[in-house]
Design a protein around this ligand. Structure first.
Ligand code: GLU
Length: 358
């Protein structure tokens, strides 16, 4: 893929990190938010649809309560999120309406997107907002989301939102210029493009740090994996520069572009691959793994060496190699107890139409 294709993106998800939304006293940095609002308004004027994924709620809540650090008690942290979220929305609504635009708040929990029916309904709401010319502003529903079942960080959430819509482009605005090799050293330089996430990229990400990031570069790489596999280009760039968004869609060489797979994943497959916390794993032998990786082949009972966890038929399960490393995900036609108890017949356990090689 070539950067030129970014010019054609018409639906764009923009994720705004805490570091570019709040100042060092944890108050919304209104001047900074305003310059981003102006950039988004400019995209809208070009006819682009923009969905914002915002962070900064917990940070802004800490500012109101004058807390120097994040509370360790879950309920207190959730209270900060509730306070800060409304504070942030007030700022967004005021700044966007100055530019003739309106916003709609959508707070998501993992369960909203895991269940297929709710997943499609959430998608319809977002599409209806876009249809009305509204800027949807999304955050995790931190005030009530439970720790283990959370999206975790907004990098991941923004990739999932891009998958849900789907979007043509995902932009993560942060306080660094992108993925930086030799971060903080005299010979540092920005990586312009990433075609494959390998060990070297993971190492560079580990060392590119931003003091305010919740998930750091690591979580941005996890987001990139989701976007790339789904066929959606992703760019990490600095939210402090004045023309970042327009430069990206004019295909200028800024930030780090993660080049997507040429083949886009269909909606149902995106839902299978990225929206679940699976309860179980099927460990398959090398032969089965090889066949499944070729694509278009279903997982049959004899290929399964071990079935881990408890799940019902119709649940999404991990499909793993002999060592337990996941390489695919799919919907199991049988429950874990049926798989464990059954005679080894050539029955399809995961049909290829309901399986994604990751
Ligand atoms: N949802 C969190 C908040 O609004 C931020 C999580 C993140 O930035 O990754 O404070």
């Amino acid at each position: 893929m070539d950067r030129e294709l970014l010019k054609q993106a018409s639906r764009i998800v923009v994720k705004l990190g805490t570091g570019i939304l709040t100042d060092d006293r944890n108050h919304p940095d209104v001047a900074q938010i305003e310059q981003i609002v102006l950039q988004i308004t400019a995209l809208r004027k070009k006819g682009k649809e923009v969905v914002v994924v915002t962070s900064g709620a917990v940070g802004a809540g800490m500012g109101v309560l004058k807390l120097g650090k994040k509370p360790s008690q879950l309920a207190r942290m959730q209270a900060c999120a509730a306070i800060g979220q409304s504070r942030l929305m007030t700022v967004y609504e005021r700044l966007f309406s100055k530019n003739g635009l309106h916003v709609g708040q959508v707070l998501l929990s993992h369960e909203d997107l895991e269940d297929q029916d709710r997943h499609l309904k959430a998608r319809n709401t977002l599409l209806a907002l876009l249809d009305h010319g509204i800027i949807p502003i999304i955050n995790e529903n931190d005030a009530v989301s439970v720790t283990e079942l959370k999206f975790g960080d907004n990098d991941r959430l923004s990739a999932l939102v891009a998958c849900l819509l789907p979007a043509d482009l995902l932009i993560l605005l942060t306080s660094v210029e992108g993925l930086i090799q030799n971060f903080d050293q005299p010979n540092s330089h920005r990586i312009a493009e990433v075609a494959r996430i390998d060990r070297q990229i993971l190492e560079i990400a580990k060392n590119t740090s931003s003091p305010t990031a919740v998930g750091g570069m690591g979580s941005k790489i996890d987001a990139a994996k989701i976007a790339m596999r789904s066929g959606i280009p992703m760019v990490i760039a600095s939210g402090r520069r004045k023309r970042t968004l327009s430069d990206i869609i004019r295909a200028k060489d800024i930030g780090t572009l993660f080049i997507p797979n040429a083949k886009k994943l269909a909606g149902k497959k995106r839902w299978i691959a990225f929206f679940h916390h699976p309860f179980g794993s099927l460990l398959v032998d090398d032969g089965a793994q090889e066949i499944l990786r070729q694509g278009g082949k279903s997982l049959l009972h004899p290929g399964i060496m071990e079935c881990r966890g408890d799940f019902n038929s119709g649940d999404v399960v991990r499909i793993c190699d002999e060592d337990g490393t996941e390489f695919a995900r799919g919907i199991s036609r049988k429950s874990s107890s049926e798989i464990r108890n059954r005679e080894k017949t050539l029955k399809v356990i995961v049909h290829c139409n309901h399986m994604v090689i990751l």
